[in-house]
Ligand binder design. Structure first.
Ligand SMILES: *[C@@H]1O[C@H](CO)[C@@H](O)[C@H](O)[C@H]1NC(C)=O
Ligand SMILES: *[C@@H]1O[C@H](CO)[C@@H](O)[C@H](O)[C@H]1NC(C)=O
Length: 189
């Protein structure tokens, strides 16, 4: 793990979450084949602005936050709790996700180009095939994530708290560029 920035109250909460998460090696919340049909609620995308309540923080709620294919281009979802959210193929370029809790989110194929995930809790998120180009992961907590096939070009991880296995997976991704590799602490190529 990289040394965190000087601790604020929020950061120490995140550190606690990271410690809890690092002991878990849970599989992703949803295997591809087991995804439910898309929620027919016409306001399902709007539910992101409410997010999950505290009791749902570990994605144990029976009402899934179904944000698949929703368009949050440039939207501000800072501080929202999107635990267990289905974000498959969602559109989130330039969205603001500062301090957003994405525990167990399923974000396969989602487009986060240029999103600001500063201080976000990125715990067991499935980012396979996601577009993470130019995403700012500054001071984010990243544990148990999957990054296979994700585009990490220009992504920055300044001060992020990154689990060892996550760092290995990030460094193994050929798209991670020089500055990102330095932030993550990858070996020099
Ligand atoms: C998402 O919404 C933006 C405007 O907010 C629009 O420009 C863009 O085309 C939309 N993208 C998709 C995939 O619907
Ligand atoms: C985004 O939302 C947060 C929380 O509501 C707010 O504090 C922040 O100022 C907003 N940022 C922008 C750029 O609108």
């Amino acid at each position: 793990m990289k040394a965190p920035a000087p601790l604020s109250k929020g950061t120490s909460l995140l550190l606690g979450l990271a410690a809890a998460a690092s002991t878990l090696t849970a599989p992703p919340a949803f295997a591809e084949a087991r995804l439910p049909p898309i929620d027919r609620d016409p306001n399902r995308c709007e539910r992101a602005y409410t997010g999950n309540t505290i009791g749902q923080a570990n994605a144990v709620s029976d009402k899934i936050l179904d944000l698949r294919q929703c368009n949050f281009t440039g939207k501000n979802l800072s501080g929202k709790v999107l635990s267990g959210a289905l974000l498959k193929e969602a559109t989130l370029p330039n969205s603001i996700l500062r301090e957003t809790v994405l525990t167990k989110a399923y974000a396969v194929g989602a487009d986060f180009t240029g999103a600001d995930m500063t201080n976000a809790v990125i715990d067991r998120v499935d980012f396979r095939k996601a577009n993470l180009k130019d995403v700012i992961f500054a001071n984010a907590v990243i544990t148990g994530g999957q990054f296979e096939g994700a585009n990490l070009e220009g992504a920055l991880f300044d001060g992020a708290l990154i689990g060892n296995e996550d760092a290995k997976r990030l460094c193994a991704n050929p798209t991670l560029t020089k500055e990102g590799r330095a932030d993550v602490g990858c070996r020099i190529k």
